[in-house]
Design a protein around this ligand. Structure first.
Ligand code: HEM
Length: 471
């Protein structure tokens, strides 16, 4: 659509004239600014939980910019990679800063994104009409995990090497295609130069492109349906209060209100971020593992191989699936099928289908190695998040108006996730194994039983307007 040419008074200021010159030649950019910033109405009751989206954007930019500078000196070659990273750390002017910003940025990304996801969970931001916003978010989370995993191989330290070896070998547990798939991923029979090259290629270009595309889709979808808020009140609904121009009374323009809010949060974030970068970049071995300061040696396996902290809850779930645990899982499948048949309001042929599916599942669970099911559980723990919009059946969105015990349940969910994370860093132990098995059952129970428990209990009345007091 052709835009109308906007005339400007000859007496206008030089600044206004320059703006007008650009607006007449690139109106789309000016429209985008209005739609997404100055005329994007966001609920006025956002709290601090709403800063993590823009912080994630900032961290994404930090990672891309520092990554570009790292690539200028890094060598994706098994014989040179480790030394090139040391060269960056010691000889390249400010190289240490760039590298520590990138490694700290990886952990910061996960901290920010976990908090961002938790906000979505407690305020029901994934519910209609924001299902796609959530699904794009889950895809971002998957891409982020792939990005971090492949980036970790690049310094070619002991942990890079053995971590990649362990994880790629997991694919070999898939029946029939597993060994060939693992070979395809590695490009060799063991993790080697070919693996390093392809991980480099994925890490610096393929996955970042996907991530950027997904982030754009995430934000466009969000701005189409409008933001949720801590009360879960829809400020743009047809019956929501609006002014004479149709602007929501419970909304404020994103710019300047939330740009200022987010800049304040950014300044807090940068204080914490720079404190880590300058004073504790290894963060006690959690952000950069000590074993990774030893060059990769295919002949020496480290005593204890653990992934970086952000993967450890999922790693714990992987380790929890022992052959003994398979019996507990089989019991869950049988119990689920029984409940479906006895209690479910399904037509007869579907009930028969449930019984057959459960039988097939049990036979497969008994015949395929537990290691494979560990991989299924680990992958399933992320995939299940995609289905959250359809698992939650509570009448209200926000935790504020749900039955009080929901809060305790969410608290237990978080504690359980943290315990799983802690156990994933520790060497395997009999007690740790048992606890992680219970934790895994709780994690999946939380989601799979959500259609049932989320509809229980009395909800509190949701107000018509958002709760807001000027400060
Ligand atoms: C690179 C990673 C990500 C970036 C840059 C990003 C960016 C953003 C931004 C800027 C917002 C609006 C501001 C806010 O509500 O905080 C937002 C909202 C949202 N994001 Fe993300 N996001 C990312 C990852 C994720 C992930 C992993 C999920 C969930 C799995 C997710 C789910 C959501 C949801 C549900 C909303 C709407 C929240 C509401 O309106 O209450 N995002 N995101």
């Amino acid at each position: 659509m052709a835009h109308e040419f906007k005339e400007i008074s000859p007496n206008a200021s030089a600044g206004a004239k320059v703006t007008n010159w650009f607006e007449n030649r690139f109106p789309t950019a000016f429209d985008a600014y209005r739609v997404h910033m100055s005329e994007y109405y966001a609920p006025k009751n956002f709290n601090f939980w709403y800063v993590f989206g823009s912080l994630a954007l900032v961290v994404l930019v930090i990672q891309i910019v520092t990554g570009i500078f790292l690539v200028m000196h890094y060598k994706p070659d098994a014989a040179l990679a480790f030394a090139s990273v040391e060269y960056i750390m010691r000889d390249v002017p400010w190289g240490w800063l760039i590298r520590y910003m990138h490694s700290t940025g990886a952990s910061a990304f996960f901290i920010v994104v976990y908090l961002h996801m938790f906000r979505g969970l407690i305020y029901g931001s994934y519910r209609k009409p924001r299902e796609l916003v959530w699904i794009f978010g889950c895809a971002i989370f998957l891409a982020l995990m792939a990005e971090a995993f492949m980036g970790y191989l690049l310094p070619w330290g002991q942990m890079s090497y053995w971590g990649a070896q362990v994880i790629v070998n997991l694919f070999a547990a898939i029946p029939f295609v597993g060994p060939d798939l693992a070979l395809l991923i590695r490009g060799d029979f063991v993790v080697g130069d070919a693996t390093l090259n392809r991980f480099f290629s994925f890490h610096v270009i393929a996955v970042p492109l996907v991530l950027l595309g997904l982030v754009v889709a995430h934000l466009l979808a969000l701005h189409d349906v409008g933001s949720n808020n801590p009360d879960g009140v829809e400020i743009k609904a047809p019956n929501a209060p609006k002014d004479a121009k149709g602007k929501p009374l419970d909304g404020v323009p994103f710019h300047p209100y939330y740009t200022v809010h987010d800049i304040f949060a950014l300044s807090m974030f940068l204080m914490a971020f720079t404190a880590v970068v300058f004073f504790a970049p290894e963060f006690g071995g959690y952000f950069l593992e000590y074993n990774n300061f030893i060059p990769a040696d295919p002949m020496v396996t480290p005593l204890h191989i653990a992934p970086v902290w952000y993967f450890t809850p999922f790693y714990s779930m992987l380790r929890a699936i022992t052959s003994e645990m398979m019996y507990a899982l089989i019991a869950c499948v049988v119990a689920g099928a029984l409940i479906g048949v006895v209690k479910g309001k399904l037509p007869g042929f579907l009930k028969a289908g449930v019984v057959v599916a459960a039988l097939v599942a049990v036979v497969l669970m008994l015949s395929i190695d537990a290691k494979f099911w560990g991989v299924v559980v680990m992958g399933g723990a992320v995939i299940i998040l995609f289905f959250l919009p359809w698992l939650d059946t509570c009448a209200v969105k926000s935790i504020r108006y749900r039955p009080t015990w929901h809060k305790y349940l969410y608290a237990v969910f978080v504690i359980n996730f943290l315990i799983l994370g802690y156990l994933g860093v520790q060497p395997p132990s009999p007690v740790g194994e048992r606890v992680s098995q219970v934790g895994t059952l709780f994690y999946f129970g939380f989601f799979l039983l959500m259609p049932w428990w989320s509809s229980l209990g009395a909800t509190k009345p949701v107000p018509d307007r958002v709760n807001f007091t000027a400060h």
